[in-house]
Design a protein around this ligand. Structure first.
Ligand SMILES: Nc1ncnc2c1ncn2[C@@H]1O[C@H](COP(=O)(O)OP(=O)(O)O)[C@@H](O)[C@H]1O
Ligand SMILES: [Mg+2]
Length: 335
């Protein structure tokens, strides 16, 4: 196993005046055995960053080390990593066993060693009874497990995942998420996992890197990112519905943006802020009240048992003092 160091990583596509810089100096130390999620909207550079760690993209600036080895100049095969993609492209004419064994055969690993490793991976992934099947005889979730098996048998120092669950339906995605967690508990292999889905990030990550436009906005545990977002971008990207961001909050200071999460506004009978209610949504265990404070939109989250205000009515809420977040209005950074 190994740590991963990203030191001032820069990526430009193309050369000369037409070059397009898409990663602007990312620094992060991923510990040995840690499960780190890279999360951010589409196009922010997640795959590019992961592919540079894998050796599938050249690094334009900075240094990547896996363990104590700087890998900038190493071929993917020399980096001791295994990657699982969204499109896991199994060989259709090969059995599950052969799909998992293929890379090891190419690497001339002895036959009984291959069998031992495939059997062990199949056991962990509960694929033991499917080893003779062809990919077309498997469900989507089983195929994705074979793709993970193919990575496990390599016994790499590092796992790299690029949105591996995106092709699965919601239920299977949640289930496979649990399997990946279990896999990480059992094998303890340093993992970098890319997703655009903040729920997936929050549930899988030991720590997460939040990316925005080629910059790292924050690197922290899910708790830190949720409770102490480093910027208005992180505040609105993590958490659904997002944190309310107000420019003209009562008691606010000029040049500061106030952030307050929808669940940290208590409905009160008098005083507090007076809101105008636009619509109310029932989401099973809770209701979302879409309202306005002056002309700024605001969402309030209440339990489903609480009475629902009527659209067009007014509602009073009090923000919890210890849950207020202040950001610099011009830079968006936390104050
Ligand atoms: N091969 C490429 N050539 C030129 N630009 C690219 C290439 N791959 C990605 N990009 C650009 O780099 C940026 C980051 O892309 P990517 O890393 O794929 O984002 P993400 O995985 O977060 O969706 C995007 O603006 C994308 O258009
Ligand atoms: Mg991507």
């Amino acid at each position: 196993m190994a740590s991963i160091s990203l030191r001032n990583i820069v990526k430009r596509y193309g050369h000369g005046p037409k070059a397009n810089q898409v990663i602007h100096g990312v620094n992060a130390e991923i510990h040995d055995g840690e499960f780190v999620v890279i999360v951010g909207p589409s196009g922010c550079g997640k795959s590019t960053l992961l592919r540079m760690v894998a050796g599938l993209e050249e690094i334009s600036g900075g240094e990547i080390a896996i363990g104590s080895r700087v890998v900038n100049q190493l071929e993917p095969a020399e980096r001791d990593i295994a990657m699982v993609f969204q499109n896991y492209a199994l060989y259709p004419h090969m059995s599950v066993f052969d799909n998992m064994a293929y890379g090891l055969k190419i690497a001339k690993v002895p036959k009984d060693e291959i069998k031992t490793r495939v059997d062990k991976a199949a056991k962990i992934l509960e694929l033991g009874h499917l080893l003779e099947r062809k990919p077309r005889e498997l469900s989507g979730g089983q195929r994705q497990r074979v793709a993970m098996g193919r990575a496990i048998v390599r016994q790499p120092q590092v796992f790299l995942f690029d949105e591996p669950l995106s092709n699965l339906d919601a239920k299977l995605r949640a289930q496979t998420r649990l399997e990946i967690q279990k896999l990480h508990r059992e094998l303890g292999i340093t993992s970098l996992f890319v997703t655009h889905d903040q729920v997936e990030a929050m549930t899988l990550a030991q720590r997460m890197i939040v990316m925005n436009g080629g910059n790292m906005e924050q690197f922290g545990t899910p708790e830190e990112v949720y409770h102490r977002p480093a910027s208005t971008f992180v505040a609105s990207f993590i958490g659904a519905p997002p944190m309310n961001l107000l420019q003209q909050a009562p008691g606010g200071k000029p040049g500061q943006t106030l952030g307050i999460r929808p669940e940290h506004l208590d409905v009160v009978a008098s005083e507090g802020w007076e809101l105008h209610v636009d619509t109310v949504e029932l989401l099973g265990a809770e209701r979302l009240i879409y309202a306005r404070l002056g002309d700024e939109p605001l969402i309030v989250r209440v339990e489903e048992g609480a009475s629902a205000p009527l659209p067009g009515s007014t509602l009073r809420v009090r923000p919890r003092e210890d849950r207020l977040h202040w950001f610099d209005a011009s830079t968006g950074k936390r104050l």
